[in-house]
Design a protein around this ligand. Structure first.
Ligand SMILES: Nc1nc2c(ncn2[C@@H]2O[C@H](COP(=O)(O)OP(=O)(O)OP(=O)(O)O)[C@@H](O)[C@H]2O)c(=O)[nH]1
Length: 348
């Protein structure tokens, strides 16, 4: 189990105090009547008692590349979900847990909902999104501030009535004239009965802090499901495959199609006199073509070596262990179109 010992602070490149103030007034102007009230003052679904714990599940949903994984990592305070500039980096439902004061927030990240291609992989990703939003206490619907496309509309159309949904207008730092956002927020109000609007930047520490206060009041009063220090219920084996995948995408840039994946063949802990923990990992990167394999290996194996080194360094920090990792590359053409293969690679 991963715990909070390696906690890293989220980047603190937030908006200025003045920006925050104008943001607050914008928020007040755009908040639907049903949700008016000071942030942090529990008004829904009921007042928390002085000693009562709150605990609930929050789904983070949106089309690819809007910043869902960035937001989850900032909310959990440590890198749990991988991020990259490439759309569809997130392929699994990932749980991140954050406990503060009386409230335990259980976040589920979802893959960006795919509308364009109907491969077996994409069908599986879409099923994961549907599963994630069916049974939660709160939905954070993430869009890019100032934008609402057909792909956003398709995701929004999946939401069942009755689950409170916040509109997270992310990447606010990309909007240079903030006044322009108010009419857009008003138009969003007509699209869906959002409980609240939250214009923010997932990269701003103060915005993320504010979001906890906004979310807390929607979570039911009940005992916590996880220990106070737990950050995720995903296994170290899973985090290992996610880390290899992140490095793979980082070092191949846009060259490598997203239909490459990582399988962990071995994950074992060995006894060691020198090290507190020693973990041995063997992973295979599965690609669709020989040309992709060459791309991953790189000139004289240079790229694969870098992927291995950076994965090892990151996992050693994350797991507090000495890590030995070996990575292979295999070609399996057409795997993303083959339902049995998609399942055998760990997708639901
Ligand atoms: N400027 C800016 N960029 C952001 C912000 N949040 C996320 N990004 C960037 O947007 C890109 C996509 O972020 P991700 O968190 O991977 O997006 P995602 O929605 O999880 O993507 P999928 O896994 O494809 O569904 C990355 O390059 C992030 O650094 C933000 O608040 N401001």
């Amino acid at each position: 189990m991963i715990d909070a010992t390696n906690k890293e602070a989220a980047p603190a490149d937030g908006i200025s105090a003045e920006g925050q103030k104008s943001l607050e007034s914008m928020l007040a102007a755009s908040r639907p009547a049903a949700a008016v009230g000071d942030v942090g003052e529990p008004d829904k679904p009921g007042e928390a008692s002085a000693t009562g714990q709150r605990c609930g599940v929050i789904a983070i949903v949106g089309k690819p590349n809007v910043g869902k994984s960035t937001l989850l990592n900032a909310l959990v305070g440590q890198k749990i979900s991988i991020t990259s500039r490439k759309a569809q980096t997130t392929r699994h439902r990932i749980t991140g847990i954050h406990t503060r004061e009386q409230t335990q927030f259980i976040f589920v990240d979802t893959p960006g909902f795919q509308t364009r291609h109907a491969t077996a992989l994409n069908k599986s990703l879409n099923k994961t999104v549907m599963g994630a939003i069916g049974d939660v206490d709160l939905i954070l619907f993430v869009v890019e501030a100032g934008s609402f496309t057909l792909a956003d509309a398709k995701v929004l159309s999946l939401f069942k009535p009755g689950i409170p949904t916040l509109l997270i207008a992310n990447k606010l730092d990309n909007i240079h004239r903030r006044a322009e956002i108010a009419p857009w927020l008003k138009s969003m109000q007509e699209r869906h009965p959002f409980a609240e609007f939250v214009p923010m930047s997932a990269k701003s520490k103060s915005d993320v802090e504010r979001l906890y206060g906004i979310c807390a009041k929607y979570l039911p009063e009940q005992a916590w499901w996880y220990g106070e220090d737990e950050l995720t219920d995903r296994s170290e084996r899973f985090l290992a495959s996610e880390t290899v995948r992140e490095k793979l995408f980082r070092f191949t840039g846009d060259e490598l199609p997203y239909t490459s994946t990582v399988v962990i063949d071995q994950f074992s802990e060995e006894k060691s006199k020198q090290h507190k923990r020693l973990v041995r990992i063997a992973a295979t990167i599965v690609v669709e073509r020989d040309s992709h394999k060459a791309m991953v290996i790189g000139d004289k194996g240079e790229r694969l070596k870098r992927i291995g080194t950076e994965t090892r360094q990151e996992l050693e920090k994350l797991m507090d262990a000495k890590v030995f990792i070996e990575i292979w590359v295999k070609v399996r053409s057409g795997w993303a179109d083959d339902e049995a293969r998609v399942r055998s690679f760990g997708y639901e």
